[in-house]
Ligand binder design. Structure first.
Ligand SMILES: *[C@@H]1O[C@H](CO)[C@@H](O)[C@H](O)[C@H]1NC(C)=O
Ligand SMILES: *[C@@H]1O[C@H](CO)[C@@H](O)[C@H](O)[C@H]1NC(C)=O
Ligand SMILES: *[C@@H]1O[C@H](CO)[C@@H](O)[C@H](O)[C@H]1NC(C)=O
Ligand SMILES: *[C@@H]1O[C@H](CO)[C@@H](O)[C@H](O)[C@H]1NC(C)=O
Ligand SMILES: *[C@@H]1O[C@H](CO)[C@@H](O)[C@H](O)[C@H]1NC(C)=O
Length: 220
C-alpha cells in the first residue's frame, strides 16, 4: 500500500515539475530582461524568478491562462539593454518601456510577438535599425519609437501592418525615403519629424486644373 502511494506521489511530483517548467518560460524571459537592466528605483523588486509564473509580479499582467499580456515599465528609470528572450511572450499585447535610459538595439525577436498591439520604446537611447521583422506584427496599432538615436531606413515591411493607427518615429537619425503606401498613407510628416537625414515626404500634389479653366489652348 505504502509503495502504491509513494509511486503515485512520485508521478504527481513529476507532473508538477513539468507544469512548473513549461509555465516558467515566460518568467524566465522576463527574468532575463531584469538581469540585463539596472534598476536604481527597485521597480523590479517583486520579480521573483522562483514563483511558478510571473503573474504576481508588479508591472506584469497575465490572461486567465497565466500567460503574460502586458509589461508596463514606462518612466521607471531603467537602463541597460533589451533581450532577445522577449520574443517568447506569445500573448504579449502591450510592451511599454518608454521614458527610460535603455540603450542598445531593438531585438529582431520582437517581430515574433504576434499579438502585440502596442510597442512603446520612445524616449530611450536605443540605436541601430528598426528591424524588418516588426512588419510581421499584424495586430499592432501603436508603434512609438520616437526620441531615440535609431539609424538606417524605415522598413517598407511596416506598410503591411493594416491595423497601424499611431506611428511616431520622430527625433531619431533615420535615413532614406519615407514609405507612402499601405498603412503609411495615414501618416503625416509629424510621424517622421526631426530625422535630419530622412527625405521629406512629397508635398501633396495640387488638385488637377480643369483644362478649360484658362481658355482653349491655341494651336496653329
Ligand atoms: C534615475 O537613476 C539615476 C541613477 O542611475 C539617479 O541618479 C536618478 O536620480 C534617478 N532618477 C529618478 C527620477 O529616480
Ligand atoms: C537617465 O539617466 C540619467 C542619469 O543616470 C537620469 O538623470 C535621467 O533621469 C534618466 N532618464 C530617464 C528618462 O530615466
Ligand atoms: C524629443 O526630442 C526632441 C528633440 O530633441 C525634444 O525637443 C523633445 O522635447 C523630446 N520629447 C520629449 C517628450 O522629451
Ligand atoms: C546621425 O548619424 C550620422 C552618421 O552616422 C552622424 O554623423 C550624426 O552625428 C548623427 N546625428 C545625430 C543627431 O545623432
Ligand atoms: C509598399 O511599397 C513597397 C515598394 O516600394 C512594397 O515593397 C510594399 O509591399 C508596399 N506595401 C504595400 C502594403 O503594398
Amino acid at each position: 500500500m505504502d509503495r502504491v502511494i509513494s509511486a503515485w506521489l512520485t508521478l504527481l511530483l513529476g507532473f508538477l515539475q513539468l507544469a512548473k517548467l513549461s509555465a516558467n518560460v515566460e518568467g524566465d524571459a522576463l527574468n532575463a530582461l531584469k538581469s540585463n537592466l539596472a534598476d536604481p528605483n527597485n521597480v523590479l523588486q517583486s520579480w521573483d524568478p522562483t514563483l511558478v509564473n510571473p503573474c504576481m509580479w508588479l508591472h506584469v499582467t497575465c490572461n486567465s491562462e497565466n500567460s503574460v499580456t502586458r509589461v508596463d515599465l514606462g518612466n521607471a528609470n531603467l537602463s541597460g539593454t533589451l533581450v532577445t528572450q522577449l520574443g517568447v511572450l506569445s500573448n504579449l499585447q502591450y510592451l511599454e518601456l518608454y521614458s527610460n535610459n535603455i540603450t542598445g538595439t531593438i531585438p529582431d525577436e520582437l517581430g515574433n510577438l504576434n499579438n502585440l498591439v502596442s510597442l512603446d520604446l520612445y524616449l530611450n537611447n536605443l540605436n541601430g535599425g528598426i528591424p524588418d521583422k516588426l512588419g510581421n506584427l499584424a495586430k499592432l496599432r501603436f508603434l512609438r519609437l520616437n526620441n531615440n538615436t535609431l539609424t538606417g531606413t524605415i522598413p517598407v515591411t511596416l506598410t503591411n501592418i493594416g491595423s497601424l493607427q499611431v506611428l511616431d518615429l520622430s527625433n531619431n537619425n533615420l535615413t532614406g525615403d519615407i514609405p507612402v503606401n499601405g498603412s503609411f498613407s495615414l501618416f503625416t510628416p509629424i510621424s517622421f519629424a526631426n530625422n535630419p537625414r530622412l527625405k521629406a515626404l512629397p508635398v501633396t500634389p495640387p488638385p488637377p486644373v480643369s483644362p478649360n479653366l484658362f481658355g482653349p489652348k491655341l494651336t496653329f
